[in-house]
Design a protein around this ligand. Structure first.
Ligand code: SF4
Length: 367
């Protein structure tokens, strides 16, 4: 399924290079990014860079596609349901062949594919689609099918790693260039207005909490205690999916229901970014909301347990900080975070107290 871009789009922010002066044929790019939602957000600096060279189309999962709505760098958002209707070799072949043309039957004109997700399947998609140049990381599973292998810099932020697929290793990065960007539209603004319509206008600023994560050990358990500290200062909004509703209820019990807006399961990802743009700050686990806040420019404190910022997935908002239990020798213990602690004590999160996190927030939010 292809979602064609429509209407006037906002300007692209964060390009590394201005459009080339003088004539050159536009290079059509296809970015294949079928990883987690956060990875899609972190791909947007790459998209902005490529948009300065020609049209950019993106292949994403059905869950991630709405994130890129209104994005001025993207011409077509192409949905690849790798675990559903597009699963299997025959479906992969059919989907790849369909990439040659746009929804209106005109040639797509892709000359370069960027494998932001490194599986053999992504590489095969680009190969079967007949895209002559295929670029990805030298550590990726699909690298044998690439025509150019870029060095995977383990010491860089992932947003910068992805951006360097287009610009190479010699380019100089600046924070605003590798900061992700999303573009909530009227629909998202209306959804947030509706969510907040009954919130008393008493002058209290909004502050967001994101207590969820699909990885069990990444869920810091002291959000309710932090909420009771913050409630006298802010009106709290809890963001996340419908599965985080019970975490929001715990927070409301601790902070007082009148001080808490439960937004879990009520907003799309893009609307959550809009809500974050209206907040004074965010306290979050190492999960997708920190990337939404990076795009929204919201001051962010990210709490790390079994993972670490050095993996390259920390916050990128202009004001941000991270916190973790630095005394433990067992952390980080897993690239994503296991569902349960392999040592059984889960000290990385349990022993990180609300008071420490509250102090870190005070420092972050100092004017
Ligand atoms: S092994 Fe250490 S870092 Fe990993 S979950 Fe347990 S306490 Fe956390």
């Amino acid at each position: 399924m292809t979602a064609e871009a429509g209407g006037r789009k906002p300007e692209v922010a964060g390009r590394a290079t201005p459009p080339a002066s003088g004539f050159r044929l536009p290079a059509g790019s296809l970015v294949i990014q079928t990883s987690f939602l956060g990875d899609v957000v972190l791909t947007t600096p790459l998209l902005a860079e490529l948009a300065s060279r020609g049209p950019v189309d993106v292949v994403v999962t059905p869950q991630a596609a709405p994130l890129l709505a209104n994005h001025p760098a993207v011409r077509d958002v192409i949905v690849f349901d790798k675990r559903g209707g597009d699963n299997g070799i025959a479906a992969l072949w059919r989907f790849a062949r369909s990439l040659r043309t746009r929804a209106d039957g005109s040639p797509r004109g892709t000359t370069v594919a960027y494998m932001a997700q490194g599986s053999w399947r992504s590489a095969a998609l680009a190969l079967f689609a007949g895209i002559p140049e295929r670029v990805g990381f030298d550590t990726s599973a699909g690298k044998l099918l690439y025509t150019r292998r870029a060095k995977y810099h383990g010491d860089l932020h992932h947003a910068e790693r992805l951006w360097r697929l287009a610009v190479g290793d010699a380019a100089t990065s600046v924070p605003e260039v590798i900061r992700p960007r999303l573009f909530p539209g009227d629909q998202e603004r209306a959804a947030v207005d509706a969510l907040l319509k009954d919130v008393p206008r008493d002058g209290a600023q909004l502050f967001a909490l994101a207590p969820g994560s699909i990885w069990g050990t990444k869920r810091w358990p002291h959000f309710p205690a932090l909420a009771s500290r913050l409630a006298p200062l802010y009106r709290l909004v809890v963001i996340g999916g419908a599965e985080d509703d019970s975490l929001a209820a715990e927070i409301a019990r601790s902070a007082g229901p009148e001080r808490v807006v439960n937004a879990t399961g009520k907003l799309s990802l893009l609307a959550s970014a809009e809500l974050l743009s209206r907040c004074a700050g965010l306290a979050t686990n190492d999960s997708a909301p920190q990337h939404l806040a990076s795009a929204a420019g919201t001051p962010t404190l990210s709490i790390f347990g079994p993972t670490a910022p050095k993996f390259g997935f920390g916050p990128l908002a202009p004001r941000h900080a991270t916190i973790g239990n630095e005394t433990l020798t067992c952390r980080p213990c897993h690239p994503h975070g296991p569902q349960t602690c392999p040592l059984g004590h889960w000290k990385c999160m349990r022993e990180l107290e609300a008071e420490q996190v509250s102090l870190a927030l005070n420092t972050l939010l100092l004017p």
